[in-house]
Design a protein around this ligand. Structure first.
Ligand SMILES: [Zn+2]
Length: 139
């Protein structure tokens, strides 16, 4: 009689409904974690791995946030102020040493309102033009 030996890894799981312990072959388990697919305990209760999916979604969201932040960097470095605000406001900002939209974003609405000659109209105008980049001034 011919015999072959195969080594496989079985991971012990416990049913979240009835508590019965059961084994899942590890590579299959990894697949279940990855795709969040339903599997069953030996008593037939539905199971699926949720934490992985939640973390993956969080990662996806965070990557989108990072992407939008990356998009802001060239905006902050290269866009000239007068493309966001009327020339008369640009001059008031320049008097305060503010020359980039990056500085404006850092100040936010509150910081800008403290500058003489900058008011609600200027803030609204900046926000209107920032909208194209999906950005708003912080309050
Ligand atoms: Zn069960």
């Amino acid at each position: 009689m011919k015999q072959t030996t195969e080594i496989i890894t079985i991971t012990l799981e416990t049913c979240c409904s009835c508590g019965v312990p059961f084994g899942i072959e590890e590579s299959y388990r990894q697949e279940l974690i990855k795709n969040g697919q339903t599997f069953y305990c030996t008593n037939g209760h539905n199971q699926y791995y949720t934490e992985k999916k939640t973390l993956e979604n969080k990662l996806k969201e965070q990557k989108a946030v990072n992407k939008s932040l990356e998009c802001r960097i060239p905006l902050c470095e290269s866009k000239v102020l007068y493309s966001f605000i009327q020339y008369r406001f640009t001059n008031k900002l320049k008097d305060e040493g503010i020359e980039t939209i990056g500085q404006v974003l850092k100040l936010g609405e509150y910081g800008l309102m403290k500058i003489y000659g900058i008011g609600k109209a200027a803030i609204d105008e900046i926000n209107y033009n920032l909208n194209e980049y999906n950005i708003r001034l912080k309050p």
